[in-house]
Design a binder for this molecule. Structure first.
Ligand SMILES: C[S@@+](CC[C@H](N)C(=O)[O-])C[C@H]1O[C@@H](n2cnc3c(N)ncnc32)[C@H](O)[C@@H]1O
Length: 239
C-alpha cells in the first residue's frame, strides 16, 4: 500500500523515536476508512516516545492523550512542542493501561499501536480496565505484532535467535486475538485481520541502529519474518 501521510515522518530524527516496526505506517493502514469523529478526544494507548501521538494530532486533527508506562512524559512534552503542537492538543500522561487515570467515558476512541499485546492478553482487560473510559459507541483501533499461526509449542529456531519464549508469548495469531476480544460483553468485534504493512514496517525498523533493532535483525535475517505479521483489531463499545 501507499503511505501518503506516513512518508512525511520518514526522517532520521523522527524514525529515531520509533520503538518497533514503523508505527506511523501501521497506524495509517489501521485508520484507513476509520469511524472516529472529527475533533475527537483519543487515547494513544502505549504511545511510547510519542511519534504516533503527533501523527494522530497532525494528520487526523484529534486531541490526543499520549498514555504510556515506560516513557518520560516530560521528554514527550518537549518533543510535542518541538513539533509545534499546542499543549492542549497532545497531553502526555504516565499511565499503566491496567489502572488508567481518566474519568469514565472520557474518550471518543482509543488507538493503540504495537503495545496492546503487553497488557491486553487478559480477556478481562477490555471490560474491566479499558472500556469504562470509552464513550458508548466509541471505537478502538488496535495494531499488534503477531504470528501468522501460533507455534508456541514448537518455536522456530530462527525466532529464538532474537527472542526468548517468554518474549514470543506476546505474539499470537488472528484466531487467538478473536478469542480474546470476543469474550468482552461490552465490545462489538468489528474486525480482526492480518495487516498488509508487515514487510514495509519491519524494513523501516531494521534500518535503525539502536540496540533493540540490531538485536531483532538476527531473527529477521535468518528468515524469521515468515512466521510474523501484524494484526488489526477494530472494536466498538456497545451502547
Ligand atoms: C514496543 S513499544 C511501542 C511504542 C509506540 N507505540 C511505538 O510504536 O513506537 C511498547 C509500548 O508499550 C508500553 N506499555 C507496555 N506495557 C504498558 C502498560 N501496562 N501500560 C501502558 N503502556 C504500556 C510501553 O511503555 C512502550 O512504550
Amino acid at each position: 500500500m501507499k503511505y501518503p501521510r506516513s512518508q512525511k515522518y520518514d526522517t532520521p530524527e523522527l524514525m529515531g523515536k520509533i520503538m518497533g516496526p514503523n508505527p506511523v505506517k501501521l497506524e495509517e493502514e489501521l485508520l484507513l476508512g476509520h469511524r472516529i469523529p472529527a475533533g475527537a478526544t483519543v487515547c494513544d494507548l502505549g504511545s511510547g516516545q510519542g511519534l504516533t501521538s503527533v501523527f494522530l494530532a497532525k494528520e487526523y486533527g484529534f486531541t490526543v492523550y499520549a498514555a504510556d508506562l515506560w516513557s518520560d512524559p516530560e521528554e514527550n512534552r518537549r518533543f510535542f512542542r518541538e513539533m509545534g503542537i499546542p499543549d492542549d492538543r497532545i497531553i502526555p500522561v504516565k499511565a499503566d493501561a491496567t489502572a488508567l487515570p481518566f474519568p469514565e467515558e472520557f474518550f471518543d476512541a482509543v488507538v493503540s499501536t504495537d503495545s496492546y499485546n503487553y497488557f491486553g492478553r487478559d480477556p478481562a482487560f477490555l471490560d474491566s480496565k479499558l472500556l469504562p473510559f470509552v464513550k458508548k459507541g466509541g471505537y478502538l483501533y488496535i495494531a499488534v505484532p503477531g504470528m501468522k499461526r501460533d507455534c508456541h509449542d514448537c518455536l522456530p529456531p530462527e525466532l529464538l535467535l532474537s527472542w526468548t519464549p517468554e518474549q514470543l508469548d506476546y505474539l499470537h495469531d488472528v484466531t487467538y486475538w478473536k478469542n480474546i476480544v470476543s469474550q468482552s460483553r461490552q465490545a462489538e468485534v468489528v474486525s480482526v485481520e492480518e495487516m498488509e504493512s508487515n514487510e514495509e514496517v519491519w524494513a523501516d525498523w531494521l534500518r535503525q541502529e539502536n540496540e533493540y533493532a540490531v538485536g531483532d535483525r538476527k531473527a529477521m535475517e535468518a528468515g524469521g519474518g515468515k512466521y510474523l505479521n501484524f494484526i488489526a483489531i477494530v472494536l466498538r463499545k456497545k451502547g
